[in-house]
Design a protein around this ligand. Sequence first.
Ligand SMILES: [Zn+2]
Length: 230
Amino acid sequence: MTVELFRDDSYTKELDVIVSEVIPEGLIFDKTIFYPEGGGQPGDEGFVKNDENKTRVLGTKYINQKLVHLVEETQDFKKNDKVKLELDWSRRYSHMQVHTCLHLLCSIIPYPVTGGSIGDGRGRLDFDLETKPNKEDVLNSLNKLISDDHTISISSITDDELDQNPDLVRTMSVKPPRGSGTIRMIKIGEDIDFQPCGGTHVKKTSEIKLVKSVKIENKGKMNKRIIVNF
Ligand SMILES: [Zn+2]
């Protein structure tokens, strides 16, 4: 099992690791700072290198329960090689900013989330909602929360505690990961947002760029898509 260092520390940009397996799709390491695609957040990109070789990581994702770094060239590396991981930090940081902003959007629109997507400089959530909210109100509320500089903290609850508080789950399309006995929780401020999430987030809302525009689309009677651009 790869140790997932990005869960506790989203800010590490380089890391010395050991190749634990080479498969046709890519490389698996003893530990990593690369986030694997999931929960609407894209997998990380960057480089793997040692003194002799360097190859691009085109993506990161789980394949058959293994955290795989999809690389251009696998033949340059073998099991037990010591290598350095270099994260494409500007891309990942943008995902962290957008992702954290979507939590703020959740707090402004208190309806179930049916889907979502995080991109570089933009993101969207779909809500199970009949009436379109006013987009200027959404824009101003988001930018107020961003400017107010709230702290994002990571904690955990047990599976049983989550079962007793099902309202904590905001996203109907993504089920919180179970099996380890505890669920990772993300909290913003004292009471702005508190929900299970495995993604990467910034530490303070002031790290998020101010939102430039909000677009709201009708995707069916009970489905409104809110797109946030930075
Ligand atoms: Zn999150």
